[in-house]
Design a protein around this ligand. Structure first.
Ligand SMILES: C[S@@+](CC[C@H](N)C(=O)[O-])C[C@H]1O[C@@H](n2cnc3c(N)ncnc32)[C@H](O)[C@@H]1O
Length: 250
């Protein structure tokens, strides 16, 4: 303690104070991603999107799947999300409608990626990677560094793939999150490598292709390609059938 006091006297006090603020920022860093998770669970982006224009808090609350939503709590959530540019907020609107005088919350390019009812949605990925079962291993990084072994194995005593093979819910959670990422990047792959795919002859194998969505989209765009989706048995077991794709496992 006396050392710290001596340092405070000797060092630039402002810099030190800034350091303290940074510590608090990082301490509560998880709040930002979990606030977005709550918005995804509550389908807030979808509600605003269906309304077709920015909405007031009371209007938003009335559309939640809840008979008695906690509006002050929703207000705090929306303020944080607007501060992080997940939603827009307009405090200066003209009081003309039933939302009289209330701030209006709207979508941003970020929250458009969080719409559930959208083919290109990152909502499933968000729900996967903020799920308690996926966050537990992050608690174990220190132990993994000290003792060796992955943080996931420290948390569960088995690898992520072993857990997926025994726990159907976890398997589904992981695969659903993966598909949502794949869909969003596949258009870029298809247009960037269009010539390569069209010149390709024979068979294309996606090794570790999950439930095969990437290969399905490639074969759909280039039907002359014979597609093989290769993954683990418990992953392939949940894969849908896709035209022109053979699922293979070891
Ligand atoms: C990060 S995920 C990517 C999934 C998919 N490529 C996508 O983009 O959605 C890694 C994939 O590798 C698979 N995988 C891991 N080890 C494997 C193995 N030994 N044999 C086959 N697939 C494996 C997993 O089951 C998982 O589906």
């Amino acid at each position: 303690m006396s050392n710290l006091n001596t340092n405070i006297v000797n060092e630039d006090a402002n810099e030190l104070l800034e350091g303290q603020a940074q510590v608090f920022n990082h301490l509560f860093g998880f709040v930002h991603s979990l606030a977005i998770k709550s918005a995804v669970e509550l389908r807030i982006a979808d509600i605003i999107h269906s309304h077709g224009q920015p909405m007031s808090l009371s209007h938003l609350a009335s559309k939640l799947e809840s008979a008695s939503p906690d509006v002050p709590c929703l207000a705090r959530l929306m303020q944080l999300l607007a501060w992080n540019n997940i939603f827009t907020v307009d405090y200066n609107r003209k009081p003309t409608s039933k939302d009289e005088g209330e701030a209006l919350y709207g979508l941003t390019p970020t929250s458009r990626w969080l719409l559930h009812d959208n083919e290109l949605s990152l909502a499933p990925m968000f729900l996967t990677f903020t799920h308690p079962s996926m966050m537990a291993p992050w608690q174990e990084i220190g132990r993994s560094i000290k003792e060796g072994g992955t943080a996931f194995e420290k948390a569960y005593g088995e690898s992520i793939w072993e857990k997926g093979s025994k726990d159907d819910e976890f398997n589904k959670l992981f695969n659903t999150g993966m598909v949502s990422v794949t869909k969003t990047i596949l258009d870029a792959i298809l247009s960037g490598y269009k010539e390569g795919f069209s010149k390709l002859e024979g068979t294309l194998v996606d090794v570790g292709g999950g439930i095969g969505k990437a290969m399905a989209n490639i074969v759909e765009a280039h039907p002359h390609i014979k597609g093989i989706n290769f993954d683990q048995p418990h992953v392939v077991a949940t894969a849908p059938r896709f035209q022109g794709i053979t699922h293979v496992w070891w």
